[in-house]
Design a protein around this ligand. Structure first.
Ligand code: F6R
Length: 364
């Protein structure tokens, strides 16, 4: 049942404020001021390292989480693509927990990576949507994301719910490791609790995303740029666009622009920049100027402050509500999804069942 939407993907994008709120209710105390994750298997004080392993969109959630764990909890994190990890057979140092992220819980490579870590890692953790799945069963502790059934092949609500569980884990790690004061933690939790409302405000601007997407739909290639915590989201934005609209898209860390991809810039290739006005915004402004100086068209997704500061030459601006920089990757996931969705609709592709793709990849 698409609940009045044209596609399951549209329904699942729209559901995010509600399902993310569900996840928060499960993982926060009743007053919302504490993280309710008191399982002894989740004591980050006794760990020296975390290894995150996944595929596709779930892998991008892991890449984002690396920034969170390292910044707020001072915990070193390795992130790996499951198909690489399992055959590389890397050493697993002592006091390492391995965490596997999978919507379906049945992805063959992620499951094989988990089995490789069995007996090597201190702890096998997973973040899943399917609680009865193989990955959930074979881990010491499986944390559900409470996203509800996801039918669209392109992951949307599972991604943001994975992100929020990862962020809460990072904040719990900060508490366990004494890396944050109680006041700082309360402040960050309040930023997390504000997400459903901020997502609703973003979704209300759907029409602006649709109009921008009508122009994106004319391109054969697109580049996505982001810095810091928004870099993994540039990768995710490019993946989403190519999966469902079949437009060739690549995501890059903004700072890598000069190291190659700038050679591609011309009027034919829009450059989508995801950049809230955070501590790195000035750097991103220079990247945008480099693109525009070469005739490139910049589509900037930013907040009000960013829009004021960005250069006049920006081709298209999409404004997202202000938020704490820590939660920006979760909020900015919606623009990435909406651009891909509306571009695919404009192109008339099969949004919910893109060619060649399966929802659950249970074979290599
Ligand atoms: C992209 C997408 C895929 C999955 C990947 C992992 O939109 O959905 O990249 O994220 O196949 O799947 P799970 O999370 O089920 O392990």
């Amino acid at each position: 049942d698409k609940a009045g939407h044209k596609h399951f993907m549209a329904k699942e994008i729209a559901e995010q404020p509600v399902v993310l709120g569900d996840a928060l209710r499960h993982y926060l105390s009743d007053d919302g001021r504490n993280i309710a994750l008191d399982d002894p298997k989740l004591d980050f004080a006794s760990l020296d390292r975390l290894t995150l392993v996944a595929c596709g969109t779930a892998y991008y959630a892991c890449l984002t989480a690396k920034y969170w764990f390292e910044q707020v909890a001072n915990l070193p994190v390795d992130v790996d693509i499951a198909s690489e990890f399992r055959y590389r057979e890397p050493p697993v140092p002592p006091r390492t927990a391995a965490l596997f992220v999978s919507q379906s819980g049945e992805t063959a490579d992620t499951l094989a990576a988990l089995r490789y870590c069995n007996g090597r890692a201190e702890r096998l953790l997973s973040i899943v949507n399917a609680n009865e799945s193989s990955i959930a069963r074979e881990s010491d502790l499986a944390l559900p994301i409470y996203a509800g059934t996801e039918i669209g092949v392109a992951s949307t609500k599972a991604f943001t719910c994975q992100l929020v569980v990862l962020l809460l884990l990072a904040l719990k790690a900060a508490r366990d490791r004494g890396a944050m004061t109680e006041d700082q933690l309360a402040d960050k939790l309040s930023a997390v609790r504000s997400l459903p409302a901020l997502m609703n405000l973003t979704l209300e601007r759907g029409e602006e995303f649709r109009r921008a997407s009508n122009h994106l739909a004319e391109a054969d290639h697109a580049l996505f740029l982001g810095r810091g915590m928004l870099y993994p989201l540039a990768l995710e934005g490019a993946l989403k666009l190519k999966e469902i609209s079949y437009i060739h898209a690549e995501g890059y860390a903004s700072g890598e622009l000069k190291h190659g991809p700038i050679a591609l810039i011309d009027q034919q290739m829009p450059v989508v920049v995801m950049a809230p006005r955070d501590a790195l915004f000035d750097k991103t402004v220079s990247n945008m100027q480099e693109v525009m100086a070469r005739g490139g068209k910049v589509l900037l997704v930013t907040d009000r402050g960013g829009a004021e500061e960005a250069d006049d030459g920006v081709w298209w601006q999409l404004i997202v509500p202000d938020c704490d920089p820590l939660v920006a990757p979760i909020l900015y996931a919606l623009p990435a999804q909406l651009l891909a969705y509306h571009t695919a609709v404009a192109k008339g592709t099969d949004v919910d069942q893109p060619r060649n793709l399966a929802k659950s990849v249970t074979v290599e």
